[in-house]
Write a protein that binds this ligand. Structure first.
Ligand SMILES: C[S@@+](CC[C@H](N)C(=O)[O-])C[C@H]1O[C@@H](n2cnc3c(N)ncnc32)[C@H](O)[C@@H]1O
Length: 283
C-alpha cells in the first residue's frame, strides 16, 4: 500500500502536522514502496547521500545518528538526575507514573537486541520510556527509524511534558505522535497496513483497553516481533495478556526488572473458536 494511503488512514483529509510527520518519516507497510524496513545487516544501514562511518563494532553508523544519540542520552540523563521540568500536581507523580530509568535501560537494550527499527508505544506521560525507546532506535545508526507514540491525554493531563523532552532530544522528526485513545489509533494503523518490529504497552491499564491494545498489536507487530508491557503484575493487565499466551502462542522472553516481554509466533495463525482455552480463573 502506498504511503499516501497509510497517511489517509489517519482519516484527515487536510493533513495535520502529525500526518505530515508520518509522511516525512516514511511510515509504511511491510513490503511497501520503499521495500522493507532495512532490518538486519550493515548494508541496510547505508543511506543514499549520507557518508557512513564504521563504528567500533563494525556497524555502519550515520554521523547524524551519532549526534542524535548523544542528545538523547543527555536528555535521559537530565530526566534521571533532576526529574521533569513540569509535573502533574500530585505528590510523587513522576516517580509513580514514569518508567524508572533502570527499567528504561532494560527496555532500550531489549529493543537493540531485537534489532528494532519501528516501534509503537502506548502511553507517553513523562516520556521516560519514550526516551529509552528513542535511544534504542538511534543506537541502530539506521536512518530509517520510526517510533509511533500514542496518548490521548499528553496535552490535557501531562502538559506535553513528554513531548517536550522528545523534542529536546531531537527525536520529534522520528516520532509520529497520535493524540487519541490507542483503541482508535491502533485500529487506524492496522487498517493502513502499518507494521512494527516491537511495541511497548503502558497506556490505559483497564482490562478491556489492554485487551484491545494487544488485539491490534498482534496484527501490527510483525511475526516474531516483541511486545513489552509495563505493570503486567496488575490483574487487569496480566489477565488480558494471559489470553494471548494461552490461546495464541505468545512466548515469554526473559527480561530483567519490572517489565514483561512476549514474542509473537513466527507465523500468524487463527485458532478455531472451538479450541478456545479459558484464561480467567473462575471465582
Ligand atoms: C503510566 S503512564 C505512562 C508512563 C510513561 N511510559 C513514562 O515512562 O513516562 C500511562 C499513560 O497512558 C495514557 N493513556 C491512558 N489511557 C490511554 C489510552 N486509552 N490510549 C493511550 N494512552 C492512554 C495516559 O495519558 C498516561 O500518559
Amino acid at each position: 500500500m502506498p504511503l499516501s494511503q497509510v497517511c489517509l488512514a489517519f482519516g484527515d483529509p487536510d493533513p495535520s502536522p502529525l500526518v505530515l510527520v508520518v509522511q516525512r518519516l516514511g511510515v509504511r507497510p511491510e513490503g511497501g514502496e520503499q521495500g522493507g524496513r532495512g532490518r538486519g545487516g550493515a548494508d541496510a544501514r547505508r543511506v543514499r547521500g549520507a557518508l557512513p562511518v564504521v563504528s567500533h563494532d563494525g556497524e555502519f553508523v550515520i554521523p547524524d545518528a551519532e549526534e542524535r544519540l548523544r542528545r538523547v542520552r543527555a536528555v535521559r540523563s537530565e530526566l534521571r538526575t533532576n526529574g521533569p521540568k513540569r509535573s502533574r500536581p500530585f505528590e510523587g507523580d513522576f516517580e509513580r507514573v514514569a518508567l524508572p530509568a533502570a527499567d528504561g535501560d532494560v527496555l532500550r537494550d531489549t529493543l537493540v537486541a531485537q534489532g528494532a527499527r519501528v516501534v509503537i508505544e502506548i502511553g507517553l506521560a513523562y516520556g521516560s520510556s519514550a526516551l529509552a525507546i528513542g535511544e534504542a532506535l538511534c543506537s541502530t545508526g539506521a536512518a530509517e527509524i520510526s517510533h509511533v507514540v500514542i496518548d490521548p491525554f499528553q496535552s490535557t493531563a501531562s502538559g506535553n511534558v513528554g513531548w517536550a523532552l522528545l523534542t529536546a532530544a531531537g527525536l520529534a522528526d522520528h516520532t509520529p505522535f497520535i493524540g487519541e485513545a490507542s483503541s482508535i489509533a491502533l485500529a487506524r494503523l492496522t487498517a493502513g497496513g502499518f507494521t512494527a518490529d516491537a511495541a511497548f504497552v503502558d497506556g490505559s491499564h483497564r482490562f478491556h483497553e489492554v485487551f484491545v491494545d494487544l488485539y491490534f498489536l498482534r496484527q501490527l507487530v510483525r511475526p516474531g516481533g516483541l511486545i513489552i508491557l509495563d505493570d503486567a503484575a496488575w490483574p487487569s493487565v496480566a489477565t488480558a495478556l494471559r489470553y494471548f499466551e494461552i490461546n495464541l502462542g505468545w512466548r515469554p522472553v526473559p527480561i530483567e526488572g519490572r517489565l514483561t516481554a512476549r514474542r509473537l509466533p513466527d507465523e500468524r495463525v487463527e485458532p478455531d473458536f472451538a479450541e478456545f482455552k479459558a484464561f480467567v480463573e473462575s471465582c
